[in-house]
Design a protein around this ligand. Sequence first.
Ligand code: BT5
Length: 247
Amino acid sequence: MIDSLAPEVVEPLLTGRFGHPYVYEERCESTQGLIDRSGPEGAVAVADEQTGGRGRLGRTWEAPAGSSILCSVLLRPPPGPELPQLSLIGGLAVAEAVEETLELATQIKWPNDVMLNRRKVAGVLAEGRDGVIVLGIGINVNQKLSELPDARVAPGSLRVADGVARERAPILALLLARLEREYDLWREGGIDAVFDRLGARDFLRGRHVSVDGFSGEVVGITRSGELAIDVDGKHRLVEAGEVTYER
Ligand code: BT5
């Protein structure tokens, strides 16, 4: 299997405006820093290995060299409550790309995880400054179970789900096409424009969770991208936070 994310492999597979320019390094600290923030919308940075891969809230993202899709995409959205919503848009694009690749259903675990067979196969990190958003996406593609880190939310990979090792380039190209489509819809009509597909994949709906000091049953992701929780019959809205759920 030829499995490479080098420009000569990925660029011929790109179908839209996302992925141009395409910057690739075998190894870098984090693709979030590799991207040129003065570039055009849709610019992408990709690496095979990160020495300081980042999660949210100072956490780390760990992946053996060459196992994953590790990429950052530059977005220039209109001003507004873009950061949390763009995590969801990124999650939706990942969920669709993974689903089309494996023909297995995926879920989005608010605010930023993509789940496959109840395991986290991808994470999204939206970082913004001066109107520029860098959307970081990590997808576990070819890791075996023993190559995944210990984590509170059980990690998985596409390979763990169906036993197949895959070339990453076609998945990356599909991800960028889906991200472009969902992002454009979001720009036109906000979360409302993607709501049906998002709601249909809501992993937490109906689960008992604790988040942001509240405990209750999840009603679902709202049309503004918050998480609605039923706490003793009252709906509480959570804008951001760390969700703990019962299995
Ligand atoms: C995320 O954070 O899930 C966002 C991850 C974003 C990673 C991409 S890779 C390309 C780009 N460049 C970067 O430097 N980052 C982005 P969070 O929800 O905070 O989850 C982090 C937690 O997930 C860690 O504390 C671990 O417990 C766990 N974790 C770490 N690596 C993992 C992996 N490969 N698969 C599943 N879980 C992992």
